[in-house]
Design a protein around this ligand. Structure first.
Ligand SMILES: [Zn+2]
Length: 468
């Protein structure tokens, strides 16, 4: 939602909020779920368990189309491609070779040159705003086909984890401002009638309000809960700690947009008695990586091309933590070709690529998160996956690890009475194990940890640049 619209929306009394949100939802849903959407959905469902050769042929066709359109209609790509001697015939004959020649598109270029990057041959049917870690929004132009395809891929993911292909009753925790941040009394949610979706605020999850959230969930009985894992985790912890009984069991919990930590998964699965499925996509229109019923993360090759680059610029090997460089088929209006999306993944070790589910598309070991949640110290170099630093600790409600310089680390903690001096010492010891003994550590006990841009929770954040 644009800034002004958001302001107007926030100022409205609740019934009008419901009305305004649903008018917008009606328009969105008319645009999203067209005849084409159903056509793409059928196509993607068939590809999910198709032979890998069939998927490869499809991927190649989509890549040819994307490169052709960029070559013909993008002010940004076209001159670059011509300079590299790329032509129409080569795109059709050897699209992967053409792709390998293309320069990497950086995040800064994507953010500042969007007007040049756009494909002028497609209409603007939607505009999205993505706020990055720096807080400045990235404008994202979309055409209808891309909107339909993205929603079809999303629905295919739901089907693959056992949900109906129709819309199911669902609860979403996303960073949207649904009710004013200053509101002290429920409702902290608004129902989107056209998506059958109860939007729950991620900005009101305080101790005083959690009981109201759980009561509402018990009345609503969602089949699917999705959104930010940090928010679902806070509710789960409250449910487990107070031994609350839920009057429903969702069929699936699907998390996205933030790194999912093992401790969050464990707490959420215990509270809801239901599997947590991880999913990677972005509002900028990246290709999808989705978890299957066997718990593996499949690269959705029919949504784009994935490349894995090591931090030193070399091609990543099995077992490496790698930067994701993506070429996307889900945004034809704003073509993303070899885009360094600044997210990292852990690749599988050699010889364990096959999944036992019906999908033949390749798998990776883990979504390791954003590049700026990888820390760096002189002693240990790059350090990711900091959640293991909390191993064996009790009493931590919420925590955040911040590194402002290479020589110090700050941990902001919301803790309860179980977090004793002994726990404090243990945490420092764990941090030293991972980040070294030569830097300074500071543990801050706080009442509240503010959310980052888009309402996402920054569990780990490095605030300085490192040479990559
Ligand atoms: Zn699988």
């Amino acid at each position: 939602m644009a800034k002004l619209q958001e302001k107007v929306y926030n100022a409205l009394p609740y019934p009008f909020k419901f009305l305004l949100l649903n008018i917008k939802a009606y328009q969105n849903s008319k645009q999203r779920y067209t005849k084409d959407f159903h056509k793409y959905l059928a196509e993607y469902i068939a590809l999910w368990d198709a032979d890998i050769d069939v998927v490869s042929v499809y991927q190649q066709e989509r890549l040819v189309l994307l490169l052709k359109e960029a070559f013909l209609y993008s002010e940004w790509y076209s001159p670059k491609m011509k300079q590299l001697g790329i032509n129409d015939e080569e795109i059709v004959a050897e699209p992967y070779k053409v792709l390998a020649k293309m320069p990497i598109l950086t995040k800064t270029e994507r953010k500042t040159k969007y007007d040049a990057i756009v494909n002028t041959n497609r209409p603007i049917d939607g505009i999205g705003y993505t706020s990055g870690t720096s807080g400045a929004p990235t404008i994202n132009y979309l055409d209808k086909e891309s909107i339909n395809r993205s929603f079809a891929l999303w629905r295919r993911f739901h089907k693959a984890i056992g949900l109906d292909t129709q819309k199911v009753r669902q609860v979403r925790f996303s960073g949207r401002l649904i009710v004013k941040p200053t509101v002290k009394k429920a409702p902290f949610w608004v129902y989107n009638y056209f998506e059958r979706q109860l939007l729950m605020s991620t900005y009101h999850l305080t101790d005083e309000n959690l009981d109201a959230y759980v009561r509402k969930l018990n009345r609503f009985k969602p089949l699917l809960i999705d959104g930010y894992p940090s928010a679902i985790y806070i509710i789960s912890r409250f449910i487990n700690k107070n031994n609350l009984k839920l009057r429903f069991t969702p069929k699936a919990i699907a998390v996205t947009a933030e790194t999912l930590y093992d401790y969050q998964r464990a707490e959420i699965e215990k509270a809801f008695n239901c599997h947590v499925y991880n999913q990677y996509a972005s509002s900028e229109g990246s290709p999808f990586i989705t978890e299957c019923v066997k718990g593996n993360l499949h690269l959705n090759l029919d949504s784009g091309v994935f490349e894995f680059i090591k931090t030193d610029g070399n091609i990543a090997q099995p077992g490496d933590v790698a930067q994701l460089v993506v070429t996307s088929f889900t945004n034809l209006k704003t073509p993303l070709i070899r885009y360094n999306i600044e997210d990292t993944v852990l690749l599988k070790d050699e010889g364990e690529e096959v999944c036992g589910c019906s999908c033949k598309m390749p798998i990776i070991a883990k979504l390791t998160g954003r590049e700026d949640d990888i820390l760096w110290t002189k002693e240990k170099g790059y350090v990711g996956r900091m959640d293991t630093a909390y191993k064996g600790l009790k009493g931590i409600k919420q925590s955040q690890i911040m590194q402002n310089t290479p020589d110090d680390v700050i941990v902001n903690l919301i803790a309860d009475e179980d977090f004793t001096q002994e726990m404090n010492a243990k945490l420092i010891h764990n941090l030293q194990d991972r980040l070294g003994t030569t830097i300074k550590y500071r543990i801050n006990l706080v009442e509240h940890i503010p959310l980052g841009p888009s309402g996402k929770f920054d569990a780990v954040k490095r605030n300085f640049d490192i040479e990559i």
